[in-house]
Design a protein around this ligand. Structure first.
Ligand code: PEP
Length: 248
């Protein structure tokens, strides 16, 4: 990470955690000295309220494409903002698969998040069969295209992209630093064809079985600007160690 992009490490608790974990994490991070890096925590909705956003930034794991109304079970961008969120994960692979979120739906959620002043963390990445077929660049390009078509390249100045190969999420099978770098460079290059300045400032996070033991090597790749951490973010000390690995 030898560039001007400020590292970002985000924890995605998925459907895990508790109010006690929220308190423990904040205590652990309060005692740490983490300058020159952004830390983001994305707990389940019920644990958002009361999080001290001076300790870390706060994000939702999902948002509705609607702003209000008859959409039972949904949570709007405005609601996330009202409890202190400044970020929101959009298009996580588990939402794409569990909830059949299409590229177009993901794009509409990115648009709503941007309109309401939240920074979307746009998750992209291929499943194992697509990796094996060798067509993963095209697959990721299509995921990016849906968002580009709806919001345009200039809005990527307000977006974070997370490359999360589905075969590496929760599997313990991390992408090698070279594999991660190859895709991160592809994403940056793809966007640079449209706007080189926006692309050079874009933060691209790697996600997929990141742990304290492999974080430093992944984060040292030139186009890897931090991480999106699932399982390991449920252990405050481990998550802190991963954040420290991104300090540069
Ligand atoms: C994730 O949930 O986005 C993720 C990367 O999970 P894990 O770190 O557990 O692979």
């Amino acid at each position: 990470m030898q560039n001007n992009r400020r590292p970002l490490v985000a924890g995605n608790w998925k459907m895990n955690g508790s109010l006690e974990l929220a308190a423990e994490l904040q205590q652990t991070f309060q005692q740490a000295s983490l300058q020159n890096i952004d830390v983001l925590v994305c707990p389940p909705f019920p644990y958002l309220q009361g999080f001290d956003v001076s300790v870390s930034a706060l994000g939702g794991q999902n948002l509705s494409q609607y702003n209000s109304g008859a959409h039972t079970g949904e949570v709007s961008a405005q609601m996330l903002k009202s409890v202190g969120c400044s970020y929101v994960l959009v298009g996580h692979s588990e939402r794409r698969s569990d909830n059949a979120e299409s590229n177009e739906l993901v794009a509409s959620k990115v648009k709503v998040a941007l309109e309401q002043g939240l920074t979307p963390v746009l998750c992209v990445g291929e499943a194992e069969d697509i990796r094996d077929s060798g067509e993963f660049f095209d697959f990721i390009a299509a995921q990016l295209d849906a968002v580009l078509n709806l919001v345009g390249i200039a809005e990527f100045a307000h977006i974070v992209v997370a490359y999360e190969p589905v075969w590496a999420i929760g599997t313990g099978k991390t992408a090698s630093p070279e594999q991660a770098q190859e895709v991160h460079a592809f994403i940056r290059g793809y966007l640079a064809n449209l706007d080189s300045e926006v692309a050079s400032k874009l933060r691209i996070l790697y996600g997929g079985s990141v742990k304290a033991v492999n974080a430093k090597e992944l984060f040292s790749q030139p186009d890897v600007d931090g991480g999106l951490i699932g399982g390991a973010s449920l252990d405050p000390q481990e998550f802190l160690n991963i954040c420290l690995a991104a300090k540069g």
